[in-house]
Write a new protein. Sequence first.
Length: 279
Amino acid sequence: MRLPVNSGWLLVLPFLLLVGGLFLGPILNVLWISVSDPTPGLGNYAQLGSSDTLRRILWTTFRVCAICTAFSVILGYSIAYAMVHATGPAQSRMLGLLLVSFWISVLVRTFSWLMLLGRNGVVNSTLDALGIISAPIPFMRNELGVLIGMVHYMVPYAVLPIFAAMQSIDGRVVQASRSLGATGAQTFWRVYLPLTKPGVVAASLVVFIINLGFYVIPAVLGGGKVLMVAEYISVQVLITLQWGTAAMLAAILLFGVLALMFVMSRFMKLSTVFGGART
C-alpha cells in the first residue's frame, strides 16, 4: 500500500536538509561543547558567577552594542526621513549611495578611520597644524573609537527597514492630521513616529544582533583595550584552546538574541516588524 506523498514536501526536503546541516547542526554542536568540554556538566556556565573577567566582557559587549544601536537608529531615522521626502533623482542618488556602502569592506572602513583619527591621522595632524591642540586627541584604541567605527558601519542597516516603513505610510494620514489643526511637531510625534515603529524596532533588532558578533572593528579600533565577546571567543579558540568557554559564550549570545526577540514579540507581532502582512 502506497502512502500519499505531498509533492511540495519533496521539493523543499533537500532545502530543509541543507538548512538543518548547515545551521542547526553547528548550533547544536556548539551547545553540546558548552556542556561537555572539558568535563560534562554546567561548569562553563558556572564561570559567569565566579569570573569577573567574563562578566566584564559581557557587560562591555552589551553596553557598546546598546549605545551603537541607539546612535545608529537615530542617525538612520534622520537619513531615511530625508530620503523619503526627497523628490525625483535626488532620492535615487541617495539610495544608490546607501547601497554602495554595503559593497565597501569592513576592513577598508576600519583602516580608513584609523588613518583619519589615529594619533598621527589627518584630524589630529590638521588640528595640531592649526594650533588648536597641543597633544593628539585619543580618538582610537578606546571605546570611543570602537563606537565611531561600529556606528558608521551599522547606519545603512538601520536606514533600510526604517525607509521601507516610511514609504508604506499613506500621505493622506499626515495631511488629515494637519488639516485637523495639529502642528508639524504634533503630527510627527503622534502620527508619523508611531506609524514607523515597526521599522524602528526592526532596525534596532538587526543592528543590535549584528553588533553582538562584531570582531574586526573592536579588535582594530579598540586596540585590545575594548575586549568584546567575539574577540574573546577567538582568543579562547585559537590561543588558549578553551573550547568549552568559547562555546558557552556563543550560546549566551544565542540565548540573548532569542530572549530579545521573545520580549519584542510580547509587545508587537514580529511578522509586522519584518515586513509581514498587517492585519
